[in-house]
Design a binder for this molecule. Structure first.
Ligand code: AMP
Ligand code: TRP
Length: 325
């Protein structure tokens, strides 16, 4: 029997190359090694302000981008969180065993509270408990995510220990799986690449737009003139080269940047071509899928149906152990 793997992505805007390198690429790599369940976490996304008119489109876009990136629905489950209400049911139960102090320590809550000072709601605070419920309701053991989610997975393990101690051995402790690119910086070089900051290259960006965005992206800030030597070790775009360019190109750039034999304009051109080469097949597949709403909805509902079979068993075990049946 394969171990179970679970991960999620919020339908909160364009899926970007940070999501791809940090998470989605690992999802695709592990798809046959585990029994994989991938979730579009709409209940998490509604903890920040959004326009209800956009949400359905965002959910379908997220499904289309992920399938286009390699989440073959014949080899894994792809579904929408709110289609399986037992996630929120288990989240309520986990609420009752999660100490407030643990939630207060979550750095993502602190960051999001700053960004949404006008709407610091209870859902934003208990967000990691719903995330724990997502993982535990499938008794998942592996959770491939970017670095920003590690603290949430640690909390999920803590919740498992509390539940198992209080009600008897029920859940396995889930472990995060990190990629080599678990924290991709934004094109501004200042903050993590993020949907909300607009400092990203989307997975379905057109070739023209990729070139344009890279042309203004921050490189080694100490390199002021073309004749100055650059330092790839502190250049954010060199990190992207490491993930999109060919080995010999990476080696060459690493050397000729330091001797000023290559300038940032030329170096960006090479990177742009390589990103375009990787993303074009994804974009073409996405453009084909995104217009086929019936196909996408069918996949998401079929996925949810399979999930419902699994969660029914978990919930009845949980309720029995808690004396609720
Ligand atoms: P989100 O868009 O917040 O739902 O994130 C989906 C997945 O992408 C999560 O596993 C994140 O940890 C990961 N992720 C988001 N931004 C980045 C980034 N800049 N670098 C690496 N991984 C990321
Ligand atoms: N919080 C995650 C993020 O912002 C998304 C998520 C929700 C998730 N539930 C999950 C990730 C369960 C892994 C496992 O990226």
């Amino acid at each position: 029997m394969k171990k179970r793997l679970f991960s999620g992505i919020q339908p909160s805007g364009d899926v970007h190359i940070g999501n791809y390198l940090g998470a989605i690429k690992n999802w695709v790599r592990l798809i046959d090694q585990y029994e994989c369940i991938f979730c579009i976490v709409d209940y998490h996304a509604v903890t920040i302000e959004y326009n209800p008119k956009d949400m359905q489109k965002r959910i379908l876009n997220a499904a289309a981008v992920n399938i286009a990136s390699g989440l073959d629905p014949n080899r894994c489950i792809v579904f929408v969180q709110s289609y399986v209400p037992e996630h929120t049911e288990l989240a309520w139960i986990l609420n009752t065993i999660t100490p407030m102090g643990h939630l207060e320590r979550m750095t993502q809550f602190k960051d999001k509270s700053k960004q949404n000072a006008e709407n610091i709601n209870a859902g934003l605070f208990t967000y990691p408990i719903l995330q724990a419920a997502d993982i535990l309701i499938y008794k998942s053991e592996a959770v491939p995510v970017g670095e920003d989610q590690v603290q949430h997975i640690e909390l999920a393990r803590e919740i498992v220990r509390k539940f198992n101690t209080r009600y008897g051995e029920t859940f396995p402790e889930p472990k995060e799986i990190l990629s080599e690119a678990s924290r991709i910086m934004g094109l501004d070089g200042k903050a993590k690449m993020s949907k909300s900051l607009g400092n990203y290259i989307s997975l379905v960006e057109t070739p023209e737009s990729i070139g344009k965005k890279l042309s203004t992206a921050v490189t080694d800030e100490n390199r002021k003139r073309r004749t100055d030597a650059g330092n790839p070790d502190v250049c954010n775009l060199f990190t992207l080269h490491k993930h999109f360019s060919k080995n010999e190109q990476i080696e060459t750039i690493n050397a000729v940047c330091r001797t000023a034999e290559i300038g940032c304009v030329e170096c960006k051109k090479i990177l742009s071509n390589n990103i375009i080469e990787t993303l074009t097949p994804i974009r073409l597949k996405y453009e084909h899928l995104v217009n086929d709403q019936d196909y996408l909805l069918n996949i998401l509902h079929t996925g949810a149906k399979r999930c419902k079979e699994i969660v029914r068993d978990t919930m009845s075990e949980v309720k029995k152990k808690m004396g609720l049946i």
